[in-house]
Ligand binder design. Structure first.
Ligand code: EZ4
Ligand code: CO
Length: 403
């Protein structure tokens, strides 16, 4: 029997911080898992190095489900993003290994192809409405079928999701969290206007998305959703924080604007009522933060029973290993909806050489066995870890708001 011989944790910053797990079997087969939790990277690295790696060595890499149960139930402590991200990395690496051993790409192990390509949405933003419209048009010209639109709120300045310059959107900043001002009144006044302006200028023949990023109360979100119904959003994302799943019922009762939730959630229990009570339309949990391919498949299968579709988180803080795993899963599941996609920095793509390709606004899996990603640890070592924090939002009176 082949056994797990070695598991190594790499923490490096090629373009941004990534934590990567590589498992090697006694037959010399390697598998990769992403373990990046933005702004809390070292907690997951320690969870893996200090607690999981010693349990992996000598075990059978083929028993993916058993490993998941062993690491989840075996911890006694339940759920939580640090634990679930660590379990995700192990699970993803074992699927990569199983694919390589079988000589099959992971999507084949998941039941085979349900679609040719995976529709993605890009991130457009602007410091004002005109700049936003130009940016949406730029992504349309690049062939994207779906675009997320975020513009800065005038006078207040702070808002979520505005790219600085023409580079890559990166909210994490060095040494201390950046503090960003927030005004719900200004946002509610402004956001419907710029979303309407995008439709007025660019029309309806593409999907338009918007991320509220947990900033509203249920009642405010209901008002927002109602107000933008004529914009026909593909979804409004994270309209209110989701610790209380019941909160979404009120939004639901007032608007037909579709709702997407889940990027910050890490288990099937965190989305159980959202799904089974049909309080959302898209579930955004991901491979890296929701327990790997094994657990995410379970969430997606539950969602399929309730006509909830998938819309996995895919910002740049999710490594190309997660993106590849997501695209394999998206290619296979019947209830795929859309995949978030932001191109990584060139140096990130040089360290993680991935077979995933973008064509015509769709991501395509490769046919290499496993996930089709190679990790260049020598190149990665040239980019040491740098402490980074996500921003903190403060209302105009100085009190902390949900970022
Ligand atoms: O703020 O990934 O929809 N995408 C998002 C992201 C998240 C970051 C947090 O690390 O909301 O941009
Ligand atoms: Co989001």
């Amino acid at each position: 029997m082949s056994t797990i011989e070695r598991a190594e944790v790499f923490v490096a910053s090629p373009g941004r911080n990534f934590v990567t797990l590589r498992i090697t079997t006694s037959d010399g087969v390697t598998g990769l898992g992403d373990a990046t939790l933005n702004g809390r990277e070292l907690a997951v690295a320690s969870y893996l190095r200090d607690h999981l790696v010693p349990l992996l060595v000598g075990r059978d890499p083929a028993r993916i489900e058993d490993m998941w149960q062993y690491l989840y139930r075996g911890a006694y402590w339940r759920r939580g993003p640090v634990t679930m991200t660590a379990i995700s990395a192990v699970d993803t690496a074992l699927w990569d290994i199983k694919g390589k051993v079988a000589g099959l790409p992971v999507y084949q192990l998941l039941g085979g192809r349900s679609r040719e390509g995976v529709m993605v949405y890009a991130h457009a933003s602007g410091t004002d409405t005109e700049a936003l419209i130009d940016d949406v048009q730029r992504f349309r010209d690049l062939g994207y079928r779906a675009v997320r639109a975020q513009a800065a709120v005038p006078d207040v300045g702070g808002t979520y999701g505005i790219r600085k310059g023409n580079g890559i959107y990166e909210p994490a900043s060095s040494s201390r969290p950046e503090e960003q001002p927030w005004s719900t009144e200004a946002y509610l006044d402004h956001a419907p206007r710029y979303l309407r302006a995008v439709r007025e200028r660019l029309g309806f023949d593409f999907h338009l998305l918007h991320d509220v990023h947990h900033r509203l109360t249920p009642l405010e979100a209901a008002r927002f959703g109602k107000e933008v119904e004529d914009v026909r959003l593909f979804w409004m994302e994270d309209p209110t924080p989701a610790e209380n799943q019941e909160a979404f019922r009120l939004i639901r009762q007032h608007t037909t604007t579709p709702i997407a939730v889940g990027e910050a959630l890490s288990s099937i229990w965190d989305v159980q009522h959202l799904i089974t009570e049909q309080l959302v339309d898209y579930v955004r949990t991901t491979v890296v933060h929701a327990g790997g391919i094994t657990h995410l498949r379970r969430i997606f299968d539950l969602a399929a029973l309730y006509q909830v579709r998938t819309g996995s988180h895919g910002a740049t803080d999710l490594s190309p290993v997660t993106l590849a795993a997501a695209v394999h899963l998206d290619t296979a599941v019947p209830n795929f909806g859309i995949q978030e996609y932001m191109a990584h920095a060139e140096v990130t793509d040089a360290v993680f050489r991935s077979e995933v390709r973008l064509e015509d606004g769709h991501l395509l899996v490769g046919e290499a066995p496993g996930l089709g990603v190679e990790y260049d640890e020598t190149l990665a070592a040239r980019y040491p870890y740098e402490p980074r924090y996500l921003p903190v939002a403060r209302r105009l009176d100085g009190s902390v708001h949900d970022w």
